[in-house]
Design a protein. Structure first.
Lengths: 359, 551
């Protein structure tokens, strides 16, 4: 069974430049844990602190009860898969995979047997005797994965492993990774900037921004109940609409008022309502709602997208499941209603959520 | 690649260049080949020259000697160069920028200057020899023969390996190191299992250059070898000697030495082809922290080697400002007499060096850029023939090229012997392979669609070449040209064969002064050469903003 990783109040600094300050997180045994964020958010820095390529300037990282701050990388027993694969170009596929066993002084016959076993698991056993240059990017990434897991590491670390692959292969490989991770039950930390990939692959996601973890949660929770405006706009698309809140009711002006069941008690004042494109309903009969004008539309088969502007000039995106009815013409004036149980509400000042924990 | 119709002007250019190379490379070589197997009395085929060489112990011994010094020096150079390159890439060494310059400088001076400086230091009457003998009461007779030659060549050649390996290490992506570490490799396992195999092709390639340079150099064994005769010494004596001057036998010697370098060239190609990896680093190696003791040891080792390698240069510069009492014995008195002598004696020497060098560089750049462009972007039978022909001088020792030129251009219609032209052409031809290879690398990095874009916007092929390709290539070409300049002005082995008093250059002047025992003058000439090289190198660093050098 996998190990737990405790990141406890750690700080990373390059000279005077502090990249991460006092960051904490807990990764559960056997969990697929993803660090997600835009480039420069500190996610790779944190990953490299866990494996030991980066020093830790403050706090500690523990694997189960063991503090690993000062254990050199080659004694940490963690496997890593790199963005550019880092497959050794001068070794065959089999030798690449067996390398970690060789450094552990596993006898030759045994290490080839285990290498071949893993190569079968990642389905590249037919290429065992090839040189890496004869393999495609996806195959090389399978080698890198096999090489990292054959040593039976306590932790598997992956640094944007799919970003060099084309879109179709990326989807295929992420399923491979997830399936193998579940099969061997190894605690995995995965770094990516691709939110769709993170949602698809993770047990839990930590969304990072500016060296700070914004929210940790399951993909479903992070998407549906983002902790703040950054998470709400970084994961998926959110239209932020100004409103006033009093007595658990949102007032959008122009006579449109929506009673809310999900808000914390006693919320009042200016708020931002985060409405995902699919959380609107469009009305042409003058029903109460937020007035909007259709600017343009895109038909994507399963869905119908509208780009609209509100009265203040704010541009928003609205999505409907496509229907047999006519597509609204450009310039059409409509009113929009929101789905109260789905939308999120953020304090206009602190930009953090006003939704109740259990909602 | 798609077949496309190109303007016929490229074919015309390729043919013109081909013609020039046939005249200046193929014809002289063919002539020497012919002379080596012809009997001058009746113009019939004979292997007499070769059997004469291989049947006499006097001659075959020189081959054995040559192989001994070359193999030992190459091994030492490769080891030193590899270790220093690794240390300076992997750890933070204080003053590494200057170390780099010093290492390059110690490589750039012609080897025989090292030989004559080491005689001043460790020869019969050398400073160190006298100190050693005085302090220990020993009777050390000075470093001559095998040991002397190996000392000079090793110190003079390791920088070449250093430069190549240092470049290769820079292209080694750090994630390979990190991957090895994450898989549990210790430092030692990582270096021997990952780094060493990956730079091995580079070590072999630079080792080959060292091998060919050492194998064909005659200046060093001539000066410091004494009784230890190597093959190039015999070749030089056979050709230049007053006693025996058998040009047919000399031609045979040329063929033998070319045969040997050719074999090693293909051997290296063959090994390199089996272990070659295209590498380019997204993230090069970062200097690692070190504990104080290893850190101190690394510093001491690197600085000690560089200091010893620089000793000849320092000796030369110091003695250039000293007065000679009797030849080879310098007084401790500061004087500019040596400089006065060299400027009044043959005022042509310095202008010659600069003029010939610049002319050769201009030719090398123009032809180098054109040929590599043709070979990469206008592939045809003609352009690839040109590409192959230009590689020939890479494996021909300089002295052999000089001899070939002398044979080929002694008589009309191309009576060039003794002219500046013959020296400029020989310098150009010798440097060409290096420039072509670096230009080819530059062009390969420019996407063909850039040119296609220019053509689609209405530019002619010549215009897109001139207005788009050339400006894009320029930075690389200019830095390459400076390096060519530095190597060209320190060239000796072909110039020594081709010079007359009116076409003497600095290296030739140093050599002739050393042979005449006028060490003061030699030191002064040599200092001018060193200063020129150092200034050019500093200019190179300034212009390119780079810290590394590839020759």
């Amino acid at each position: 069974m996998g190990v737990a990783i405790y990141v406890d109040n750690v700080t990373k600094a390059y000279g005077k430049n502090i990249v991460i300050q006092g960051l904490s997180a807990e990764i559960k045994p056997g969990e697929f844990f993803t660090l997600l964020g835009p480039s420069g958010c500190g996610k790779t820095t944190l990953l490299r602190m866990i494996i030991g390529f980066n020093t830790i300037e403050g706090g500690e990282i523990r694997v189960n009860d063991k503090v690993i701050n000062n254990i050199p990388t080659n004694r940490r027993n963690m496997g890593m898969v790199f963005q550019n694969y880092a497959v050794f170009p001068h070794m065959t596929v089999r030798d690449n995979v067996a390398y970690g066993l060789k450094t552990r002084r596993v006898p030759r016959a045994e290490r080839y047997r285990r290498a071949d076993e893993i190569l079968k698991l990642v389905k590249i056993d037919q290429y065992a005797d090839r040189m890496p240059t004869q393999l495609s990017g996806g195959q090389q990434q399978r080698v890198a994965l096999a090489r990292a897991i054959v040593i039976e590491p306590e932790v598997l670390l992956m640094d944007e492993p799919l970003s060099n692959l084309d879109a179709k292969l990326r989807v295929e490989m992420r399923n491979v990774i997830k399936q193998i991770q579940h099969q061997i039950g190894i605690t995995t930390v995965y770094v990516t900037h691709d939110q769709e990939e993170a949602l698809a692959i993770s047990d839990r996601i930590a969304v990072m921004h500016g060296g700070v973890i914004q929210q940790i949660g399951t993909p479903k929770h992070i998407y549906q109940r983002p902790a703040n405006e950054f998470v709400s706009t970084f994961i998926g698309l959110s239209n932020l609409i100004d409103a006033d809140c009093a007595d658990s009711t949102l007032d959008f002006g122009c006579g449109y008022r929506v009673p809310m069941q999900t808000l914390r008690p006693g919320v009042s004042g200016k708020v931002h309502v985060a409405v995902r494109p699919e959380e609107f309903t469009i009305h042409q009969d003058g029903a109460p709602g937020i007035p909007a004008t259709v600017n343009s539309s895109v038909f994507l088969g399963m869905t119908q997208h509208y780009f609209m502007s509100l009265e203040g000039g704010k541009e928003i995106e609205v999505v409907e499941t496509s229907d047999l009815t006519d597509i609204l013409p450009d310039g059409a004036r409509v009113t929009l209603q929101i789905m109260p149980h789905k939308v999120n509400v953020f304090d206009a000042e602190s930009r953090t959520t006003l939704i109740r924990e259990e909602a | 690649m798609r077949k496309r119709r190109y303007s016929p002007i490229w074919t015309f250019l390729a043919l013109a260049i081909l013609a020039l190379f046939i005249i200046f490379v193929v014809y002289p070589l063919a002539l020497v080949l012919y002379k080596s197997v012809v009997d001058p009395t009746n113009n019939s085929f004979t292997l007499e020259n070769f059997t004469r060489f291989f049947s006499r112990k006097y001659y075959t011994n020189t081959l054995r000697n040559s192989f001994s010094v070359t193999i030992v020096s190459t091994l030492i150079s490769a080891t030193l160069g590899l270790v220093i390159a690794y240390i300076t890439r992997q750890y933070r060494i204080a003053g590494s920028k200057w170390l780099n310059i010093f290492i390059v400088v110690s490589y750039l001076s012609p080897p025989f200057i090292g030989a004559y400086a080491w005689i001043q230091l460790l020869g019969r009457n050398g400073i160190f020899t006298r100190i050693i003998n005085g302090v220990f009461g020993a009777s050390f007779g000075g470093i001559y023969g095998f040991a002397g030659i190996v000392l000079v060549f090793s110190l003079q050649s390791f920088p070449l390996v250093y430069m190549y390996v240092s470049g290769a290490l820079q292209n080694l992506d750090n994630s390979l190191n990190e991957a090895a570490e994450s898989l549990g490799a210790s430092n030692f396992q990582r270096v021997t299992g990952i780094i060493l195999p990956l730079v091995l092709p580079t070590v072999l390639a630079s080792g080959l250059l060292v091998f060919m340079r050492v194998f064909s150099d005659f200046g060093t064994p001539m000066l410091i070898g004494e009784g230890y005769r190597t093959f190039p010494v015999v070749l030089y004596n056979q050709f230049m000697g007053e006693v025996t001057n058998d040009s047919y036998f000399a031609a045979a010697l040329c063929v033998i030495i070319m045969g040997i370098t050719l074999v090693f060239f293909f051997l290296q190609r063959w090994i390199a082809a089996k272990h070659s990896y295209a590498m380019s680093a997204l993230k090069p190696m970062q200097p690692r922290p070190q504990r104080p003791l290893p850190k101190a040891l690394c510093h001491i080792f690197v600085y000690l080697v560089v200091l010893i390698a620089l000793l000849p240069q320092i000796t030369v510069i110091v003695t250039s400002f000293l007065k000679e009492s009797t030849p080879g014995i310098f007084t401790a008195e500061f004087s500019l007499i040596n400089y006065q002598t060299i400027f009044s004696k043959n005022p042509r020497v310095i202008p010659n060096t600069y003029l010939f060098g610049l002319a050769a560089i201009a030719l090398v750049v123009v032809f180098g850029v054109l040929i590599s462009y043709l070979a990469v972007r206008r592939k045809s039978v003609i352009t690839s023939t040109v590409d192959t022909l230009t590689m020939l001088p890479y494996i021909i020792p300089g002295s052999v090229l000089g001899i070939c030129f002398l044979y080929a251009f002694a008589k009309p219609p191309l009576a060039l012997t003794g002219t500046a032209a013959i020296i400029i052409v020989s310098l150009t031809v010798r440097r060409m392979p290096y420039t072509i290879r670096s230009s080819t690398a530059i062009i390969s990095q420019i996407s063909p669609s850039i040119e296609e874009a220019a053509v689609s916007l209405g530019a002619s092929e010549m215009r897109s070449f001139g207005e788009i390709m050339l400006p894009m290539m320029m930075p690389g070409v200019i830095s390459g040209a400076i390096m060519s300049w530095v190597t060209v002005i320190s060239e000796l082995s072909s110039s020594i064969m081709l010079y007359r008093a009116s076409t003497q250059t600095l290296t030739v002047a140093v050599y002739t002064e050393v042979i005449r025992d006028c060490f003061g003058n030699a030191a002064a000439y040599s200092t001018v050469l060193t200063v020129t090289s150092v200034v050019s190198l500093l200019l190179f660093f300034k212009l390119t903003g780079r810290r590394d050098i590839s020759v």
